[in-house]
Design a protein around this ligand. Structure first.
Ligand code: SDX
Length: 428
């Protein structure tokens, strides 16, 4: 027997279907609500609203569970690579060796960026934020590469998505080299995806870069942890913009812009800036904890809290381990790590944080890991974007492949002026 919810309004009772997901999540299907009742729902921030059915990523915020296509993120971080995880998210299953080889060859064959795009980079103001450059460059890709024609074959879609995955990594390294005024380093066929990125970032004619397999492993894990996260702000933006049937590049560019925000992907950069401020203030935590709790102060403890996780973010737990490992391997002492660990210890015992279910999220330790790897702070959110790309692409594809897809256009409740006549300017 199908479960139903009953809604009684205006003296009438309506029955609304209740749907249940494969992990037991339940939702009231209100797709016919306005037609049957004349009512819409109001849900600022979509705290209680699902925008789609999806079979890509499952998050249980109460239990701290994250799975990509059913596989726990901890297992992927331990055993998989970012390229294999990207394949899993986009294609729905782990690749065979043959499929992985083909995917890797496609990534390599599409790793160069059109030489004419260098002029784009060179003409950005030096102070331009790398996320602004990245979103512009991804949009500009449409001018250099055709969009996926309607009802194109799988091969065409594959190449376009793989092209984007590969070129975004190259463009990110290019933006860093151009920002430094250094000569560009090109991708190499004999390097893996993460190794190529590190080499393109740090190799130089006067100081050849030596690939450190521990850093390659750490970067693989960093990107696996960021690869997808159901309907977060930037993914929901990719779906919303994509629903207007714009090309993939424009939809991804919208996702990059949403991720840029300090409450979302920009938090990894904001965490390090906050830890730096604490360090420069003599390492005192109390003033920052007090400000975070002060209702009249907009300051938030960066890297803490989450819309979905009401316990530890499973990704943050893995990130902290990788952080410790890399700092030990590089024999680095980072005062910000000590401050972060002290801040976590204090905050998770503090009544306010406990009452508000505020725990460290993925961004709390990720910036410290990136610092240890030599990634400059303005590039932190770009690193998040590269990791999230397969998630955005898989969610865009799922939305485009949905035969019942609809243009996404929310309603509103108007609370403005009632009807009134135009007043000529002479009478105002
Ligand atoms: C990401 O959605 C995703 O999946 C995102 C992400 C992904 O992978 O895509 O996981 C990546 O964006 C992680 C989050 C990174 N952002 C930060 O670390 C910024 C700091 N965190 C907060 O701004 C906040 O926790 C949010 C934005 C992340 C979530 O906030 P919500 O769900 O909108 O909750 P809220 O702002 O309504 O806060 C609820 C209460 C409020 O207090 P009350 O008014 O109810 O008394 O908790 C308080 C808030 O003031 N609160 C905090 C806090 N976060 C929430 N108070 C102090 N410090 C904080 N960090």
């Amino acid at each position: 027997m199908k479960e139903e919810a009953k809604l009684t309004v205006g003296g009438k009772t309506y029955k609304l279907p209740v749907i249940t997901g494969s992990e037991g999540e339940r939702a009231i299907d209100i797709s016919k609500l306005r037609k049957e009742t004349g009512l819409v729902t109001l849900d600022p921030g979509f705290v209680n609203t699902a925008n789609c059915r999806s079979n890509i990523t499952f998050v249980d915020g109460e239990k701290g569970i994250l799975r990509y296509r059913g596989i726990p993120v901890e297992q992927l971080a331990e055993h998989s690579s970012f390229v294999e995880t990207a394949y899993l998210l986009i294609n729905g299953k782990l690749p065979t060796q043959k499929q992985l080889n083909r995917f890797s060859i496609l990534l390599n064959d599409n790793s160069l960026v059109h030489e004419d795009m260098r002029a784009f980079f060179q003409n950005f103001p030096r102070a331009a934020h790398p996320m602004g450059i990245l979103s512009s460059m991804v949009n500009a890709l449409r001018a250099f590469y055709p969009e996926i024609p309607e009802r194109s074959d799988e091969e065409e879609v594959d190449i376009t998505m793989t092209r984007l995955l590969s070129k975004v990594r190259t463009m990110a390294a290019m933006s860093y080299k151009i920002f430094k005024g250094h000569s560009l380093v090109y991708p190499r066929a004999d390097f893996s995806y993460p190794a190529n990125f590190l080499n393109m970032m740090f190799d130089s004619p006067v100081k050849p870069y030596t690939i450190d397999e521990d850093l390659v492993k750490a970067l693989n894990v960093f990107w696996i942890l960021h690869a997808d996260h159901e309907q977060n702000c930037s993914t929901a933006s990719v779906r919303l913009v994509g629903s207007a049937r714009v090309n993939l590049y424009a939809a991804i560019s919208a996702g990059i812009c949403a991720l840029w925000g300090p409450l979302h992907g920009g938090a990894n950069q904001a965490v390090v800036q906050m830890l730096n401020d604490i360090h420069e203030g003599g390492g005192k935590l109390t003033p920052f904890i007090a400000r975070a709790k002060d209702k009249n102060d907009p300051f938030r403890l960066m890297g803490f809290g989450h819309r979905v996780y009401k316990t530890f973010d499973p990704r943050g737990l893995v990130m902290k381990k990788i952080c410790d490992r890399v700092l030990k391997k590089l024999a680095l002492e980072d005062p910000l790590l000590d401050i972060a660990q002290r801040l976590e210890e204090v905050a998770i015992k503090d009544e306010y944080f406990v009452d508000h279910d505020l725990y460290p999220n993925i961004d709390f330790y990720s910036g410290i890991l990136l610092r240890a790897m030599g990634i400059p702070v303005p590039m932190f959110t770009v690193m998040f974007a590269i990791g999230r790309l397969p998630g955005w692409i898989s969610q865009w594809k799922e939305s485009m492949d949905n035969p019942k897809w609809k243009l996404e256009r929310p309603r509103q409740i108007y609370i403005g002026e009632k009807k009134k006549d135009y007043v000529p300017i002479a009478e105002r």
